[in-house]
Design a protein around this ligand. Structure first.
Ligand SMILES: Cc1cc2nc3c(=O)[nH]c(=O)nc-3n(C[C@H](O)[C@H](O)[C@H](O)COP(=O)(O)OP(=O)(O)OC[C@H]3O[C@@H](n4cnc5c(N)ncnc54)[C@H](O)[C@@H]3O)c2cc1C
Length: 401
């Protein structure tokens, strides 16, 4: 049986292991953390399987707002310029992807990947539990100009298989009566009836059980990868802090940490971490059933079972990556201010921060590299859970057993 290592046990590594094991590979997964989705972005993300809301991050409107973001005038979005050559190279490519044409192209490409994921996650959801809910999503717009832009994009996406509808404010209230308790004004919404939600960490934990039980996948947790060992342009092993593993094939699915490990094999990856935060609190009876995304405040509200997950903030550049109390407070105050009765924000608040591994075009990097035996499945940005199954299937399709 052909052996392969999967580096990283976030949602991308776990779905990669699943796709490869189903294809007949003998898979070993390595991660520094004590369990799957424990230490990376897959732990506390926005909980949305956002199959239809697939907007690329680089866009003309982001560029228009860049001065505000750089001056720290937007509570949700911060850009701190880093002088690192990697950041500058990434930034130049990101800006090149911010034209209207590139934004639309990238959004449609992501939509196609998301639609592939939808059917694959649908099949898997019968086998594992993860507080999966098919409740749809409402994306709210605060002014006519942004709603009109959303209408144009919705028309385009619907031509490629999305099934979204633009709603008036009153129609949005009909879809989600809990919006009565929503404080900010909004002029309308985009309704994505087939967007879903769930707990991506639980998804990964239960997928681990399935992989061990049905496919004999081996997990090496608590193992920090130091470098890839390459000879004559071919992978021969992976060095961890404690030992060396011989292998001729490995997939890098290390999220925001992928560039550092890929670099040890001479592979440069255009991925930059964009830091976000979330909080999870007990949901109250007046919490929304559908997921709600407030585009003006870049904040999502999503029920996971009897909990409410609020996620948001995007800090780009020289952020350090650690938990910053004042940024978390900004999210908490926003949540309390705009949807005060959706959750119990004063009790049992689970605070979290994570790094979105973002590429300039917001599309994951999937497939072979210039080094024989080294494969990539990384750079899934703001939609890693949503895109994970399709990316994993595409990757496994590019590797012969
Ligand atoms: C605030 C926020 C909200 C989000 N909301 C959503 C959402 O609603 N829907 C959605 O689809 N996506 C969302 N995302 C994006 C999504 O969470 C990510 O794209 C996805 O989790 C990336 O998965 P990954 O497996 O590539 O990386 P990660 O989950 O970060 O996993 C990387 C793994 O690599 C391991 N690792 C790192 N370095 C080493 C090393 N040297 N040795 C061994 N192991 C190592 C880590 O321990 C970790 O387990 C959100 C992200 C954030 C931050």
């Amino acid at each position: 049986m052909s052996e392969i290592l999967v580096l990283g046990a976030g949602v991308v590594g776990m779905t990669t292991a699943y796709a490869l094991a189903r294809k007949g590979f003998k898979v070993t997964v390595i991660d520094v953390a004590a369990g799957p989705a424990e230490a990376g972005a897959s732990f506390g993300n926005g909980a949305q399987l956002s199959y239809f809301y697939t907007d690329a991050m680089a866009s003309p409107s982001l560029v228009a707002n860049l001065p505000k973001y750089m001056l720290g005038l937007d509570p949700a979005f911060r850009v701190r310029i880093s002088l690192s050559p990697a950041f500058i190279a990434w930034g130049v490519r990101f800006l090149a992807n911010s034209t209207q044409q590139a934004f639309e192209r990238n959004t449609i490409d992501i939509l196609k990947l998301a639609l592939e994921s939808r059917s694959a996650i649908g099949c898997l959801s019968g086998k594992i539990k993860f507080d999966h809910a098919k409740t749809g999503k409402l994306t709210l717009y605060s002014n006519d100009e942004s709603l009109e832009k959303a209408r144009t994009l919705t028309k385009l996406k619907n031509q490629f298989g999305a099934q979204q509808a633009v709603l008036t404010r009153n129609q949005a209230f009909e879809k989600e009566p809990a919006l009565e308790g929503y404080r900010p004004d909004f002029v309308g919404a985009v309704w994505s009836p087939y967007d879903e939600s769930g707990d991506s960490r639980l998804f990964c934990c239960n997928l681990r059980d399935l992989l061990e039980r049905d496919y004999g996948v081996i997990f090496r947790f608590g193992s920090r990868i130091r470098r890839l060992i390459v000879r004559a342009n071919a992978l021969v092993g992976v060095e961890t802090e404690t030992d060396q593993l011989e292998c001729s094939r490995a997939v890098i699915s290390l999220g925001a940490w992928a560039p550092a490990i890929a670099k040890t094999a001479g592979i440069r990856l255009p991925i930059w971490p964009v830091q976000g935060y979330s909080l999870t609190v007990p949901a109250l009876a007046s919490a929304p059933i559908a997921s709600i995304t407030d585009t003006a405040r870049k904040t999502v509200f999503c029920r996971i079972g009897n909990r409410l997950r609020v996620a948001g903030l995007a800090d780009i550049g020289n952020t350090g990556g650690g938990f910053r109390e004042e940024r978390f407070r900004a999210l908490l105050e926003t949540a309390k201010g705009i949807f005060p009765h959706a959750g119990n924000y004063d009790e049992d608040v689970n605070a979290w921060t994570g790094l979105r591994p973002v590429t300039p075009d917001s599309k994951p990097i999937v497939g072979r590299t210039k080094v024989n035996g080294v494969f990539l499945n990384c750079g899934h940005g703001s939609l890693g859970w949503t895109l994970s199954m399709a990316a994993a299937n595409r990757l496994s399709g590019s590797i012969l057993v």
